[in-house]
Design a protein around this ligand. Structure first.
Ligand code: NAP
Length: 288
């Protein structure tokens, strides 16, 4: 029988643990997380509000740094430097996407790796590749934590990852490899995609294509992780929602052993891991 991987419930547990640890901080200032927003992209504003809410839930201070859409690269780097050296900010992230005049790689590489709560700095990715990561990338770490919560052991499993983005696919593969899984990456140039997916014990999908994975592409009793968040123009008649994942959830459900819903699966785990990183960043900034 299929079991739903309840990311919302598990995220609540993680946030409760972070909250309890923050409550124990008495003789030092509490962790503060900052999020930098350039411009006023509505989707970014929604995501930042979710982060602010999660910080409030765990009693972590939250600071939003709002910058104009036409900010120069030099001015942006100066803002990053200011956050790096601000003793009252322990962790921060720059909400992406950034406007085209900005060099995202240079900005990410300017972040103090200890304060890099999004875990995008190459130093932190390198640590993950070496299985020595402290700060972990939020979405991939959230997926692994969700699998752990349901005692789904990755050792020896064939994990197939659809998508190789810097934020999801690539680091997810590294975390799974660190758990002794056999990992296959697929992307837009992959040939025979369906047949590779059909071999997956665990299939994680992060491509941003509504309902791309269908029942004929998966093996019986696989674990199906849907990272996609796709906003639809119209309400989906089968779900009544204006949001769907990269997986045809209804079509695949019966064939899986475990499946994540959208919403309520990977999304809440991502935000929970961000506040967990906020606490880790506080620990490395304050206690080292
Ligand atoms: P991205 O940067 O756009 O990368 C998409 C990846 O999918 C690329 O590697 C691309 O291949 C691959 N791809 C695209 N079309 C494909 C196809 N037809 N067949 C095979 N591979 C294909 O995306 P992302 O940032 O990883 O996000 C992916 C999805 O996850 C989006 O819906 C996003 O909203 C969602 N997301 C959710 C969370 C969460 O917390 N739940 C967090 C982050 C992202 P190439 O590399 O060859 O171009």
């Amino acid at each position: 029988m299929t079991q739903i991987l309840d990311g919302k419930a598990q995220a609540t547990k993680i946030k409760e643990q972070v909250k309890a640890q923050i409550a124990e901080i008495t003789n030092l200032d509490k962790p503060t997380m900052a999020v930098v927003q350039v411009g006023d992209d509505p989707a970014s504003t929604v995501y930042i509000r979710q982060k602010e809410k999660a910080c409030a839930e765990v009693n972590m201070n939250f600071k939003k740094v709002s910058l104009p859409n036409d900010i120069s690269q030099q001015a942006m780097l100066a803002e990053i430097d200011a956050l790096n050296t601000d003793p009252a900010v322990h962790g921060f992230m720059v909400q992406q996407p950034l406007p085209s005049q900005l060099n995202t790689d240079e900005i990410v590489e300017r972040i103090d790796p200890r304060k890099d709560v999004d875990c995008l700095h190459p130093y932190n990715s390198g640590l993950i590749a070496e299985n020595r990561g402290v700060l972990l990338p939020c979405t991939p770490a959230g997926i692994v934590a969700l699998l752990d919560a349901y005692n789904i052991d990755l050792e020896g499993k064939h994990c197939v990852i659809l998508g190789r983005s810097r934020i999801v696919g690539k680091p997810l593969g590294m975390l799974m490899l660190n758990r002794n899984a056999t990992v296959t990456y697929c992307h837009s140039r992959t040939k025979n995609l369906s047949s590779i997916c059909q071999q997956a014990d665990v299939l994680a999908v992060a491509i941003g294509r509504p309902k791309f994975v269908t029942a004929d592409m998966i093996k019986d009793n696989c674990v199906l992780i849907d990272v996609g968040i796709n906003r639809l123009d119209d309400i989906d008649s089968s779900t009544g929602k204006k949001l769907c994942g990269d997986v045809d959830y209804e079509g695949c459900f019966e064939k899986t052993s475990y499946i994540t819903p959208v919403p309520g699966g990977v999304g809440p785990m991502t935000v929970a891991m961000l506040v967990a990183n906020g606490l880790k960043a506080w620990t490395s900034v304050k206690c080292q």
